[in-house]
Design a protein around this ligand. Structure first.
Ligand code: FMN
Length: 248
């Protein structure tokens, strides 16, 4: 089915306009500035160091893949700091430094790592309730928005209640110019693909740890962005995932 310009919605138009094709290959007119590859919060109200490499029991990959499910019912047990540290490492941990360049556990188009990680902590040992930012280089969590965020997160997530009963909710944003300076408009595709990889790593790590995890794509973008304090223009909400302890 061939659609004309009139019937093409924004999403389809984006896909058409950002296709790589041999016919239209070459320099493009629009350029974007390069964004800093790491975000940090020196003014954070608290910092908790995470182990640079998690100390967890080994798990069988094939068994973990077979057991992974989106799980939405959690018990009250707080997550341990070791669990939170292992989850953060599985998603964004630095796993290789080559010629001084740090590569992470999740792949990223052009190794540009446009995805930022925030944790809305409801119940986790050693971490007070609030929104924490993952400092990837330092392997640390910085408290940037203290207080109970369970209710606003459930509201932001279209009243999906497991966003409030989770121990922590991962919130991923994308810093557009980290990828757009190189890939221009096509970068948006890659940023969402990056986020998918990050979330899959989280789900597999949660499964290996015996925790429940559920990805969430249904949320009011501006409400999530307000919780983590980003502008919704240059840094935008991408994806959430709840993680909680499971019953016996
Ligand atoms: C991009 C994406 C967005 C999703 N958003 C939600 C969501 O908002 N709420 C929810 O309960 N599950 C959400 N899910 C989980 C899916 O419902 C789930 O992956 C699907 O039902 C398959 O089940 P499984 O993950 O257990 O294999 C999402 C999954 C993906 C990949």
């Amino acid at each position: 089915m061939k659609m004309d310009e009139q019937t093409l919605g924004g999403g389809r138009r984006y896909l058409q306009e950002t296709r790589y094709s041999r016919r239209a290959w070459g320099p493009k007119e629009r350029t974007y500035p390069r964004a800093h590859p790491f975000k940090s919060y020196p003014e954070a109200q608290a910092r908790v160091e995470l182990p640079p490499r998690p100390q967890v029991a080994p798990a069988d990959l094939w068994d973990t893949l077979a057991r992974r499910r989106s799980l939405r019912h959690y018990v009250d047990r707080p997550l341990t700091l070791a669990e939170v540290g292992a989850l953060c490492w599985a998603t964004q941990g630095i796993t290789l430094v080559e010629r001084s360049f740090p590569y992470r556990a999740s792949p990223s188009a052009g190794a540009l790592y446009p995805v930022e990680t925030y944790l809305a902590v409801h119940r986790a040992e050693g971490l007070s309730p609030g929104v924490w930012h993952l400092n990837v280089l330092d392997s640390a969590l910085d408290l940037i928005n203290p207080g109970d965020t369970a209710r606003p997160l459930v509201e932001a997530g279209l009243t999906q209640s497991f966003l409030g009963s989770a121990g922590v909710v991962f919130i991923w944003t994308g810093i557009l110019n980290r990828a757009m300076w190189k890939y221009r408009e096509r970068a948006i595709r890659y940023i969402f693909l990056d986020a998918g990889h990050v979330c899959q790593n989280l789900m597999l790590a949660a499964t290996a740890l015996g925790l429940g995890c559920c990805p969430v794509g249904a949320f009011f973008d501006d409400e999530v962005e307000r919780l983590v304090g980003v502008d919704g223009q240059e840094e935008v909400a991408l994806y959430l995932a709840a993680v909680g302890a499971l019953g016996p």
